[in-house]
Ligand binder design. Structure first.
Ligand SMILES: Nc1ncnc2c1ncn2[C@@H]1O[C@H](COP(=O)(O)OP(=O)(O)OP(=O)(O)O)[C@@H](O)[C@H]1O
Ligand code: SF4
Ligand SMILES: [Mg+2]
Length: 351
């Protein structure tokens, strides 16, 4: 059984020892990919049903502060979403919004001091540490944000071929992702950043997984390879897989996704069809989603004032309240997600 993506890759131990991966940037790599990317498929694809469901998920960390006093920090809170078979669900949001923690919670690879509460269902079954071990690297795969996940002591070909030694699949994957056959014999330190990233993708998709959690998969790839990766995701989704595409790149999400979930300060503030995001801010629901779209260079290019609150300074009630022009007294109370115009929003006054 492969552990993370291939038997050779450092999965659990790297996350535990090294903490969560940090961003490796993100530029507009869409380069005209939007036309034809989705082949006119309806949001959610034809396959439809939820493959992964997160319900009221939270991730807490116990940390030791000065004087060895223990404190608890909630980095993800009341997070609910579902990823459906046949669809690409993009997850967007600024740095520190909890995107990689969601990925870690799904795969069961968060550090030992992380406490996950709430529910994660896969195919209708509650995910447990045992079932996560069973599915990880086969049915559920991660394309990690950091290339540090590669095993530094194992040759590239072997890492991609995995425990099953799928040499044929490995060669096909190398070809697809433009990796020179000579790279098979190389160790990760001999690969460029872009090659290492392509290896991570190749190793993840070779098992024909059902759920792909792709954490900034195209960061650092040139336009054509980013496009090829997204085309491949679309093929896998058309075959019934669900893709969770975590990205900083809103243009990429707009071009490739069926639906988009907007993360803010560890929770989901809006989930809506990508078509609504493409239409512009008037079609969106949450003030933060509208502001994100407004901040794009092609739109008003207006930056959002203020900053996202860190996990140890979260306001009571609405997490966006400090930056929201529409704030009212009731916004300081509990805000539950609600269905609105074919999407979902966490805002009392969204219309
Ligand atoms: N091991 C940890 N211990 C304590 N806090 C953590 C740990 N890992 C992540 N966090 C905190 O949880 C929050 C969410 O982190 P996460 O890595 O999920 O963000 P992200 O949305 O993936 O950001 P980025 O876009 O920069 O990758 C951040 O405030 C981060 O500092
Ligand atoms: S709940 Fe209130 S403060 Fe929060 S986004 Fe909506 S209007 Fe703004
Ligand atoms: Mg991240």
């Amino acid at each position: 059984m492969r552990d993370m993506m291939s038997a050779g890759m450092r999965g659990v131990s790297v996350v535990t020892d090294g903490g969560s991966a940090r961003p490796d940037g993100g530029s507009d790599q869409t380069g005209g990919m939007s036309a034809g990317m989705r082949d006119g498929k309806a949001p959610g694809g034809e396959n439809g049903g939820p493959l992964l469901t997160a319900r009221e998920l939270s991730v807490e960390f116990s940390l030791y502060r000065k004087g060895l006093s223990q404190t608890r920090l909630t980095a993800v809170r009341s997070l609910s979403l579902d990823a459906r078979r046949g669809e690409i669900l993009a997850v967007i949001g600024s740095s520190g919004a909890g995107k990689s923690l969601l990925a870690g919670a799904i795969l069961g690879i968060l550090p030992a001091n992380a406490l996950v509460k709430g529910e994660l269902l896969y195919n209708g079954e509650v995910l447990t540490p045992a079932s996560q071990r069973q599915y990880r690297g086969t049915e559920i795969v991660l394309i990690p944000q950091s290339v540090d996940y590669l095993d530094p002591l194992m040759r590239a070909g072997k890492q991609v071929a995995g425990a099953r030694g799928d040499k044929k699949g490995q060669r096909e994957a190398f070809k697809r992702y433009g990796l020179d056959p000579r790279a098979e014999r190389m160790f990760p330190f001999q690969l460029s950043g872009g090659m290492a990233r392509r290896m991570l993708i190749a190793a993840a998709v070779i098992t024909k997984p059902q759920l792909i959690v792709a954490d900034e998969p195209t960061a650092g790839l040139d336009g054509e390879l980013a496009l090829e990766t997204l085309r491949h995701f679309r093929q896998l989704a058309d075959g019934g897989a669900a893709i969770l595409l975590i990205t900083h790149d809103i243009d990429l999400a707009l071009a490739a996704a069926d639906r988009i979930a907007v993360f803010y300060a560890g929770t989901v503030v809006e989930i809506a069809p990508a078509a609504d995001f493409r239409q512009g801010k008037a079609a969106l629901r949450h003030p933060y989603s509208k502001a994100l779209i407004d901040a794009l260079p092609g739109n008003a290019f207006t930056p959002i004032t203020g900053t996202q609150p860190p996990p140890d300074h979260l306001p009571p009630g609405c997490l966006f309240a400090d930056r929201c022009a529409g704030r009212r007294p009731a916004c300081d109370g509990e805000i539950a997600p609600r269905a609105l115009r074919g999407g979902e929003v966490k805002c009392l006054y969204a219309t």
